[in-house]
Design a binder for this molecule. Structure first.
Ligand code: ADP
Ligand code: MG
Length: 261
């Protein structure tokens, strides 16, 4: 189901209390850590276990996924999924502001999971206390999301390539705004990191900083790499041992997310 996306006038910032919907933003300055994969599959897991309030299809799913990047990778992925296999609604924003605040006020929505692009337009000379999001259409869309966010999910990989950006995202963007966050390790390769040496290191790095994290990682499986072009969701993978493990990984993220809300 696609939610209609009439562009509404910028709504007032939703009060975080008193609304039914909780907003979860998947955020990490670095591209390639798994934001889109996590947003889509966590929405799929949440959607599969969501209880429709009255079974009335016209009301819409309590779970909504949205992306705020102009390229629209989340929307393209969702559009490629067979409609009957998509257990959530998705929203096309193309970085337009004003759409999200109205969805957040919809009493039929319970969880709004938002994919974001890596924010590369950071001013490297910005003061430590300054807002590092920069000036662009996407930066404005990101600010709008952060204003209504109840929780951020920040992916990190066992490879150190994402660690600095994980810390930057938390220390410079989330903490100053008082947004609770949850770190999730993505792309642990059980066949290459047999003794979990790399996994143990990244867990220790996260724990040293007292960042809350999902207990176990999302494992790296080739099956995920083709999910975007095949229009598949982790909840729809053809049954196999790998498929079960893969589903368990994202179910764990969805469950931990629920505990944080
Ligand atoms: N757990 C995983 N196992 C295997 N491939 C993954 C996994 N997570 C992400 N990928 C792949 O890594 C690439 C980057 O992931 P993506 O979700 O697009 O990251 P981002 O949105 O942060 O840029 C994609 O090709 C995706 O299919
Ligand atoms: Mg992405």
């Amino acid at each position: 189901m696609t939610t209609s996306t009439a562009v509404l006038p910028a709504a007032r910032t939703a009060a975080k209390t008193g609304r039914a919907a909780k907003v979860i933003v998947v955020l990490q300055q670095k591209g390639g850590a798994g934001k889109t994969t996590i947003a889509v599959n966590t929405a799929a897991c949440a959607g599969r276990s969501a209880v429709l309030s009255n079974g009335d299809e016209s009301v819409g799913s309590p779970i909504v996924a949205a992306g705020i990047d102009v390229q629209g990778s989340l929307e393209k992925w969702c559009a490629a999924v067979r409609e009957e296999a998509l257990p959530f609604d998705y929203l096309v924003t193309k970085s337009k502001t004003g759409i999200l605040p109205s969805i957040v006020e919809d009493p039929d929505r319970r969880r709004i999971i938002i994919d974001t692009p890596g924010f590369m337009d950071v001013d490297p000379d910005a003061e430590w206390g300054a807002d590092p999001l920069g000036e662009s259409r996407t930066a404005d869309a990101l600010r709008e999301v952060l204003e209504v966010a109840d929780l951020a999910i920040v992916p990190i990989t066992p490879s150190k390539i994402t660690w600095d950006e994980c810390e930057f995202t938390i220390e410079r963007v989330l903490k100053p705004r008082g947004i609770p966050f949850l770190v999730v390790i993505n792309m642990h390769d059980p066949s290459k990191d047999k003794h979990e040496t790399q996994l143990t290191k990244v867990k220790a790095w996260i724990d040293e900083r007292n960042y809350p994290r999902v207990s176990d990682p999302i494992r790296r499986y080739t099956i995920h790499e083709h999910a975007y072009e095949n229009g598949t969701l982790v909840t729809e993978y053809k049954m196999s041992g790998t498929a079960l493990n893969a589903r368990e990984d994202f179910m764990r993220v969805a469950l931990t997310m629920e505990q944080m809300l």
